[in-house]
Ligand binder design. Structure first.
Ligand code: S3P
Length: 191
């Protein structure tokens, strides 16, 4: 995995990604992974615009397909049902022939099959990373994040511990977002 933080590693990263298509390496998808609040949807939107590709935003698509909000699905059908929908959206997106930007929901790495699919798809997987303070500042209460209802800082801290190795397992590159504008993060991803 490349860490696109400093000049040396950024040079390294651009050497690894031949510029032969909108995302490098032909018709490859670009997948953003990372914890809630890191900015996957916002950064994904700008990236898709820059690359002229479609954005698949996991949570938005689940809500569109089911006619229910993520919160309603968690409450009425439970987390396992939500995770099955999350998996279907991920696998469908990875199977698409057109190159996509995919803003994967934060929990997508929890499932071993999803991690394998990400690794085997040939997609370029970028792990967006932020400090706990940044994440806590950014996650709004309510909305599509029922897992953060009670104690957002505690829940995010636990997820950071539990999921770090899982994000690392699927990621081709790591980009930190703390103190960086959306445009700077997009530049770092495209470098
Ligand atoms: C979750 C992340 C959320 C949403 C759900 C569960 C998670 O998406 O899918 O609340 O377990 O990390 P975002 O990562 O887009 O906030």
């Amino acid at each position: 995995m490349t860490e696109q933080r400093d000049d040396a590693s950024e040079r390294n990263a651009s050497e690894r990604v031949p510029d032969d298509g909108p995302h490098g390496r032909g018709t490859q998808h670009l997948v953003l992974v990372g914890l809630m609040g890191v900015g996957k949807s916002t950064i994904g939107r700008v990236l898709a615009e820059r690359l002229g590709t479609r954005l698949v935003d996991s949570d938005d698509l689940i809500e569109e397909q089911t006619g229910k909000t993520v919160r309603e699905i968690f409450l009425s059908e439970g987390e396992p049902a939500f995770r099955r929908l999350e998996q279907q959206v991920l696998l469908d997106a990875l199977a698409a022939e057109e190159p996509l930007v995919i803003a994967a929901a934060g929990g997508v790495v929890l499932d071993e099959g999803n991690r394998r699919a990400l690794r085997e798809s040939g997609a370029r997987v970028v792990w967006l990373v932020a400090s706990l303070d940044t994440l806590v500042d950014r996650v709004a209460s309510g909305g599509h994040r029922p897992l953060l209802d009670d104690d957002p800082r505690g829940a995010l801290a636990r997820m950071m511990d539990d999921r770090e190795a899982l994000y690392r397992e699927v990621a081709d590159a790591l980009v930190t977002v703390d103190c960086r504008s959306v445009n700077l993060v997009v530049e770092a991803i495209l470098r």
